[in-house]
Design a protein around this ligand. Structure first.
Ligand code: MRU
Length: 366
């Protein structure tokens, strides 16, 4: 197998989510269910459409889901014509409760909803148009914030990427998509790759295909190709082989929720990749914005794991690949115990074991 590295990045990733127009405008997302075949944008103008977009993964990835939900609340209340703040806040809470039912695992969803609800409360003394404008401004501000967070994660993470041979290609393996498509623009797990490429370093990425919904082959491979970064797709069961051949220098994945002890929920299959990385002495890094860290859960056992419909497993390739009526288990995420995690890469720096202490320190305000 001949692997080429790259040395240049003169590319800005596409915007996964943005607001278009004025207060009567729309949340514009990329419909990720159509990638890699088609890059189509979808303008979302009501909360039910936003709920559906999150549920069926038109917009997906923990940080992007959070931003989408924030826009969803605004879309739910923007035409509300109530004349008292208490009723308006009840509408905000109802919209947040509805959006919270879309996906259970990524804590960013709940983080963003709480943030918008708190803001609405704080703005309650304003008149209705001003409260609505505040909510929209906050959701829009989350995009710039997310970009800054991802760039910071990229800078800290790039410093960890060292090829086995000096001056050689650094080979990274990732699972699922924690790239620009999973955030507003730059990604978490892929941000270190983009920053290292900007620094002129030579990189190559193995993208696990990521059954059953193929976020690795459909999305990670697509966005890395767009960026001109060499990428090789492997099916999930090939990771052991590429690692055993010494072809992987580091694993970087994203996360949907990190518990206070450093246990990491991420796309189903991540746990297996972490065990393999340990077996082959490869560092296993998790890119984790602070908004993905849930200090309220003492361990990963408490993280709610989404289970999705059987057809994603049995009919994922445009034809049925399992017998009719067979039982299917389809958890969307798994939890990697903290002992397999070499380090968490956050926007405030690198957290290392013991995570109970390093995360408490990192999560202190200021
Ligand atoms: O089901 P998905 O596609 O939303 O799952 C996405 C992941 O598992 C990502 O790795 C995680 O959300 C981190 S995104 C920066």
């Amino acid at each position: 197998m001949q692997i080429e590295g790259t040395t240049a990045l003169c590319h800005t990733p596409v915007k996964t989510i943005e607001w278009v127009g004025d207060a009567g405008g729309a949340a514009r997302i990329i419909d990720q269910t159509l990638l890699p075949g088609e890059l189509r944008y979808l303008d979302i103008t009501d909360v039910a459409a936003m709920w559906e977009a999150i549920k069926i993964l038109r917009v997906r990835g923990a940080p992007a889901i959070g931003i989408a939900a924030a826009f969803g609340v605004y879309l739910a209340v923007r035409y509300a014509s109530l004349n008292d703040a208490v009723s308006f806040l009840a509408e905000v809470d109802a919209a947040a409760a509805y959006l919270a039912t879309s996906r259970p695992t990524a804590v960013n969803l709940f983080w963003a909803l709480k943030r918008i609800q708190r803001l609405a409360c704080d703005a309650a003394s304003l008149d209705l148009p001003a409260i609505k404008a505040t909510l929209l401004a906050e959701a829009i501000a989350m995009i710039a914030e997310d970009n800054a967070v991802c760039r910071a994660i990229g800078a800290y993470g790039a410093a960890l990427l060292t090829p086995r041979t000096k001056g050689g290609v650094c080979n990274i393996l990732t699972h699922c998509n924690a790239g620009g498509l999973a955030t507003a623009q730059w990604g978490t797990a892929l941000a270190p790759v983009y920053v290292a490429a900007e620094q002129g370093r030579s990189l190559h990425v193995f993208a696990d295909e990521t059954r059953p919904l193929l976020q690795g082959s459909r999305l990670t491979a697509w966005e890395l190709q767009q960026a001109g970064i060499p990428v090789t797709v492997i099916t999930d069961n090939m990771a052991a082989t590429v690692m055993s051949k010494g072809r992987v220098d580091a694993v970087i994945v994203g996360t949907d929720r990190v518990a206070a002890n450093g246990d990491v929920a991420n796309k189903i299959g991540t746990f297996g990749v972490a065990i393999l990385a340990r077996e082959f002495g490869i560092p296993f890094y998790v890119a984790a914005p602070l908004s993905s860290i849930d200090m309220e859960l003492v361990s990963g056992e408490l993280i709610p794991i989404e289970e999705r419909k059987p057809e994603e497993v049995t009919d994922g390739f445009g034809r049925r690949t399992a017998p009719a009526n067979v039982q299917v288990f389809n958890p969307a995420f798994d939890v990697t115990p903290n002992k397999y995690v070499t380090a968490l890469i956050t926007e405030k720096g690198i957290a290392r074991p013991p995570y109970t202490e390093s995360l408490r320190h990192l999560m202190q305000p200021g």
